[in-house]
Each structure stands twice: as C-alpha cells, then as structure tokens.
Design a protein around this ligand. Structure first.
Ligand code: S3P
Length: 166
C-alpha cells in the first residue's frame, strides 16, 4: 500500500483521523509529534523552549525519513512538516499524502485555550492562524495527492468518508 501521510494545520484533526483510520483498516499508526515527545522524554513545548524550533525541525525531518523507510503505515504529521523542501520531496516520493483542509474558523474554535502548541501562544490567535494558513496552504497544496476538506463531523464518519475516497 505504501504509506498514507496526513498533513494540514494544527487542529485539523490529523492524529484523531489517523487513529480512527488505523482502527478501521488495521494499518499501523504513527504519530510524529508523539514519537518525537517520547524519544526526547519531554513535551513539544519543552523541546521548543529548551532547544529551539530548528532542533525540533531536525528531529521531525529525521523521523519522517526513518518512518518512510517502512511501508503500510498511516502517519499523522505535525503541521509544519511541509516547511522543509526535503520533507516535501520525501513525501512526494514515498507516500500518498492527504491534506486535511480546515477553515480558520474551525481551527480557531478547536485551538482557543490550547497550551501545548508553542507556535500558537500569545494573543491574537485568529490572526496567527490566518498568517500560518497564508504561508503554508500553498505548501500543503503542492504536497498533497488529495485535498480532504474537514468540518465538525464525527471521526468515524470522517474516516469512512476518507476511506471511500482512497
Ligand atoms: C507544529 C505543529 C504541531 C507540532 C509543533 C509545530 C507546526 O503539530 O508539530 O507544535 O509547526 O504547525 P500538530 O499539527 O499535530 O499540532
């Protein structure tokens, strides 16, 4: 089957959808943020704070490369995985990539009050989300084999809808 990689902004539901799809299909699920946290034995927030974003991105790149050496996995990436041209190249070569495309309104409603994402701390969440979308949507679009609009539907329904399209 190759690998299925879910990309898209923070709060789009990549981890939940990966788990739900994995439950339906039996494929192995890999959650990149969780794996980075468990390898470092600290939260993403603590990694950013102690070592900086560049260090996190290096870990993220190394993990993506390692994961894509295997096959048959459903991989939930972090929202910034497409920032790296090397990551985009790897994704093109070794995965079927699905972009979970969510409106800024939906992301805002899900992420208000979130304390776990270092790039979203501070005031003005909505304008931050708009800024990230303007920067990253073109990268998601160029990396994706399939654009999958997401809304408020329940994870099981969403997973069935995606499975039907795959
Ligand atoms: C990031 C997204 C996060 C996490 C880190 C950076 C980003 O993952 O990798 O906080 O740059 O968009 P989620 O998309 O799973 O929240």
């Amino acid at each position: 089957m190759g690998n299925l990689v879910l990309i898209g902004p923070m709060g789009a539901g990549k981890s939940t959808l990966a788990r739900t799809l994995g439950g339906i299909s039996g494929h192995r699920v890999r959650d990149m943020d969780l794996e980075i946290e468990s390898a470092a034995a600290m939260s993403i927030g603590a990694i950013f704070e102690r070592f900086g974003e560049a260090h996190f991105r290096a870990q993220e790149h190394a993990l993506l490369e390692a994961l894509l050496r295997d096959d048959g996995q459903i991989i939930a990436s972090g929202g910034g995985v497409v920032l790296s041209a090397r990551n985009r190249e790897e994704l093109k070569l070794r995965a079927f990539v699905v972009w979970l495309d969510a409106s800024v309104d939906l992301l805002h409603s899900r992420l208000a009050g979130d304390a776990t994402r270092p790039l979203l701390q501070g005031p003005a969440l909505r304008s931050r989300l708009l800024e990230l979308a303007a920067q990253r949507d073109p990268l998601y679009a160029q990396s994706a084999d399939l654009r999958f609009p997401v809304n408020e539907e329940a994870p099981a329904l969403q997973a069935a809808r995606l499975a039907a399209q795959l």
